[in-house]
Design a protein around this ligand. Structure first.
Ligand SMILES: Cc1cc2nc3c(=O)[nH]c(=O)nc-3n(C[C@H](O)[C@H](O)[C@H](O)COP(=O)(O)OP(=O)(O)OC[C@H]3O[C@@H](n4cnc5c(N)ncnc54)[C@H](O)[C@@H]3O)c2cc1C
Length: 432
């Protein structure tokens, strides 16, 4: 088995698979390591903003997405207590890709991973990363097949962390706060059949101690996902002894939010409640990193704006654009000065595009979790629904971090290195 690659990517969520497709298409040898078997359900609201649809087209899975995803999302709502406010969502460009849609993660992630494999990435699945070693330009990745003792040591000059934010990588770097606090947010998600949610409506839920969202996704299933403070979760469980945490949250949401009770009234849950947490929104990029970070591994917004998959996919495009536009100008992919420069310019681009979304999401999340504070002001939304339309626009629903020219260039699979004469191709490309 070949164990030497140009790049190792850890994690095959939207970020990792996107990067694998783009790099493999450009002629890099890529190892993609994913520890879970697909298809798998995942805690997520499953709404993909319209700004990503041209990216899916360029990755070659736009048609499959269209064939599977739920209805076009044309309106946003805020549901708090007895009240519901509805506004139009902004339309994106181009006109044939104006509206976001929702697709279960079991389908979306499987489509992306299949495309990574078809593009030439070598997929290790289900394999888990046990340890990382080496240094910039000379990474070692110790992986083990799940359910067996089979281990391999992968080598590559470029290492990309796309492992999400819920589990740390074995790097030694502390990735999350260890001390638990009452304000820690736990995330829940369930799917429901026969819910009465209007197709194309994207309600945001605001309730004491948390926030969430609902959407009609693929196969007629409605997804409900939410984040809830640990102290509120404990209170829900005390009120509903004997219920699982997910069932206790469902009972609380139906009681706290009329819109949820109405939508789920006739519904039957399909599959179990999923839970994870605590989530830890914030920026994780650091100047001293040896690896490149994309998706939630680079930074995470409060999911109230439903932009995590956008940031995951778009950060992969941003990084790959940086890697591929200059990979022929360096002394090879192992060149640490070249990697530092790519890391610096990628981090600057990441912050420029995504840091404002993180700040907006944090403000909205803290307001949504305090209905006592926000309730008196909600009348403004009734009078000026355009405020919600503008909020969705500022949250990133229609703006893509990748220019159409970059999309075309990366989709074509051309890197600066490919343009170099063969004699100048760095020696390390040959795994021997
Ligand atoms: C409640 C909630 C609702 C949300 N709603 C939305 C929404 O509506 N729209 C939206 O765009 N975003 C939403 N998000 C955010 C979105 O789910 C994430 O931002 C997105 O999944 C991040 O993608 P990623 O590729 O970075 O990581 P992930 O999707 O987390 O993928 C990481 C992958 O890495 C693998 N992995 C981890 N560790 C290892 C290891 N050691 N070895 C091998 N593999 C490993 C994991 O198995 C996983 O498959 C929501 C999040 C929450 C919590």
């Amino acid at each position: 088995m070949n164990t030497r690659f140009d790049a190792i990517i850890i994690g095959a969520g939207p970020a990792g698979s996107t990067a694998a497709i783009l790099l493999a298409r450009a002629g890099w040898s890529v190892a993609l390591v994913e520890k879970q078997r697909f298809p798998r359900r995942k805690v997520c609201g499953e709404c993909l903003a319209a700004s990503n649809l041209p990216l899916l087209d360029a990755l070659g899975i736009g048609a499959e997405f269209d064939a599977s995803a739920g209805p076009e999302l044309r309106q946003v709502a805020l549901m708090q207590g007895q009240r519901t406010f509805i506004a139009d969502l902004p339309a994106a460009d181009p006109p044939n890709r104006a509206w976001g849609r929702a697709l279960g993660r079991e389908t979306l992630d499987t489509l992306l991973l299949a495309q990574a494999r078809a593009s030439g990435a070598v997929v290790f699945q289900p394999w888990s990363v046990l340890a990382l070693g080496g240094s910039v330009g000379d990474h070692r990745c110790d992986i083990r097949a799940i359910g067996s003792d089979h281990r391999e040591m992968l080598h590559a000059p470029v290492l990309i962390a796309a492992h999400g934010s819920w589990e740390p990588l074995p790097t030694g770097r502390a990735e999350r706060r260890l001390a638990r606090q009452p304000g820690d947010l736990f995330a829940f998600k369930a799917n429901f059949r026969h819910a009465s949610l209007a197709p194309g409506l994207l309600p945001v839920l605001s309730f004491e101690g948390g926030y969430g969202g609902m959407v009609l996704a693929d196969q007629g299933l409605t997804t409900l996902a939410c984040c809830i403070r640990e102290d509120r979760l404990e209170a829900c469980r005390r009120l509903n002894p004997g219920l699982s945490a997910g069932d206790a949250v469902e009972a609380f949401l139906k009681q706290a939010c009329h819109g949820v009770a109405q939508a789920l009234g006739p519904a039957q849950r399909e599959g179990a409640w999923l839970a994870t947490g605590p989530i830890d929104p914030g920026i994780r990029l650091q100047a001293g990193d040896a690896q490149f970070r994309i998706g939630n591994a680079a930074g995470e917004a409060h999911p109230i704006i439903g932009e995590g998959m956008s940031m995951a996919m778009q950060s992969a495009w941003l990084l790959c654009a940086q890697l591929l536009q200059s990979d022929g100008a360096s002394d090879g992919l192992a060149d640490s000065a070249w990697q530092s420069e790519v890391r610096r310019s990628y981090a600057a681009e990441w912050r420029r595009h995504f840091a404002p979304r993180l700040r907006l999401a944090a403000s909205l999340a803290h307001l949504a979790m305090r209905p006592g504070l926000t309730s008196p002001w909600l009348g403004l939304l009734g009078r000026w629904p355009v405020l919600m339309t503008q909020g969705a626009r500022r949250g990133g629903k229609v703006s893509c971090a990748i220019s159409p020219a970059t999309v075309s260039w990366l989709a074509a699979g051309v890197s600066a290195r490919c343009a170099r004469p063969a004699a100048a191709t760095p020696a390390h490309r040959d795994p021997g």
